[in-house]
Design a protein around this ligand. Structure first.
Ligand code: PRP
Ligand code: MN
Ligand code: MG
Length: 185
């Protein structure tokens, strides 16, 4: 896999196909919409860059209006494990006081990014904050963050694609794949 997109011998296997992702994203969109009111659109905060593919598919599957904001944070750089130090690369463009916020994340691994983000956004006095994460790794249970909507629980393997990168590569794959071990060992 991957060769059809110009990645040769880099992706060991497809973990979640385009069809798997499409079905799950629809399911999540319907579940989140059911908890919200058509007349008070939630403000979705997409966590760049990883969540961009998920966000764009997710909002288009939502049967209620939503508004969009983007925040760019990073804790990884080009490493395969989280440094734990979260930096804001791009902040929100507006005040979120009194708004219902939904943080849209691609993956929760150590949970450090999300727990930092929840504290940061909570300090801006929104009406409520929920989290929708497409993927979650086993380590995430160690951090006490309340994630209301989760797509898939994954084994502890290095996954890329559908927004997820390794050193900025592979985000453009339309599926979630397992990165070949020789790529990072
Ligand atoms: C990745 C991923 C999540 C976060 C999860 O982002 O997109 O945001 O790490 O890891 P954690 O639970 O261990 O904190 P990254 O910092 O690599 O930035 P990116 O989204 O631009 O790739
Ligand atoms: Mn990210
Ligand atoms: Mg990354």
């Amino acid at each position: 896999p991957g060769a059809e997109y110009g990645y040769r011998d880099e992706i060991a296997a497809v973990l979640l196909s385009e069809q798997d992702l499409r079905a799950k994203v629809r399911e999540l969109a319907v579940a989140v919409a059911a908890d919200h009111d058509v007349d008070t659109p939630p403000l979705l905060v997409c966590v760049l860059k990883g969540a961009v593919m998920f966000l764009t598919d997710f909002v288009r599957a939502m049967p209620i209006p939503t508004e969009l904001e983007f925040m760019a944070v990073t804790s990884y750089g080009s490493a395969t494990t989280s440094s734990g130090v979260v930096r804001i690369l791009k902040d929100l463009d507006r005040d979120i006081t009194g708004r219902r916020i939904i943080i849209v994340e691609d993956i929760i691994d150590s949970g450090l990014t999300l727990s930092w983000l929840l504290k940061n956004l909570a300090s801006r006095n929104p009406a409520a904050i929920d989290v929708v994460a497409l993927l979650r790794k086993p380590e995430a249970v160690k951090v006490d963050v309340d994630v209301r909507y989760v797509g898939f629980d994954l084994p502890n393997e290095f996954v890329v694609g559908y927004g997820l990168d390794y050193a900025e590569r592979y985000r453009d794959l339309p599926y979630v794949g397992l990165l070949g071990e020789h790529m990072y060992r």
